[in-house]
Design a binder for this molecule. Structure first.
Ligand code: HEM
Length: 158
């Protein structure tokens, strides 16, 4: 029975990762380039607010599911010792990435980055968008690297 719960946790974990990182990929490779082509600052600001409004709740929910299912799997596999074993560096990478996104989603974006970006989108939109786009590229590449490393790690590559 507990094996079934483990399998379910893994299914939810991977689905939540797909929704969340897939969203980051769409925002990075589709939304930001499109925004940069808009003529007026008002349009840019409107698009930014609309995308934020829709994507942020999804990303937060997915983040929560990834964390809950992830720690459930660690407990259920009795795998806590992996976090101090260098061979399992990809386990630490998952948690670090999750923590960085948590900080962005719940602290930095609503309190610091978001309000500052709103101001900058009105005064210097090109630079503001270039910076936020670059930051998303870094997060996307890091996420893909971690996903690749985890799948390879589960199959004993490291
Ligand atoms: C609190 C954070 C996290 C914890 C505790 C956690 C824990 C785990 C555990 C225990 C497994 C199963 C490993 C095994 O079967 O040996 C797993 C699988 C996986 N995790 Fe995480 N994880 C977390 C965050 C993340 C993040 C942020 C990502 C992606 C960006 C991610 C992607 C994956 C993937 C793709 C698998 C499935 C690998 C496979 O079955 O081939 N995890 N995670």
């Amino acid at each position: 029975m507990s094996y079934r719960w483990l399998a379910l946790a893994r299914v939810l974990h991977v689905l939540a990762v797909v929704v969340w990182i897939g969203g980051v990929a769409a925002v990075t490779t589709v939304v930001f380039p499109l925004m940069r082509r808009f003529g007026s600052n008002e349009q840019k600001l409107w698009m930014f607010r609309e995308v934020e409004k829709r994507f942020r709740p999804q990303a937060r929910l997915a983040w929560l599911l990834v964390g809950l299912s992830g720690f459930y799997m660690v407990g259920s596999l009795g795998a806590w010792a992996r976090f101090t074993n260098a061979r399992y560096w990809w386990m630490d990478a998952m948690v670090v990435l999750w923590a960085v996104f948590g900080l962005m989603l719940f602290v930095m974006e609503p309190l610091v980055v978001g309000p500052r970006l709103e101001r900058r989108l009105q005064s210097e939109p090109e630079r503001a968008l270039a910076r936020i786009a670059a930051m998303h590229w870094v997060l996307l590449v890091a996420s893909l690297a971690v996903i690749g490393a985890v799948v390879a790690g589960v199959y004993g590559w490291f």
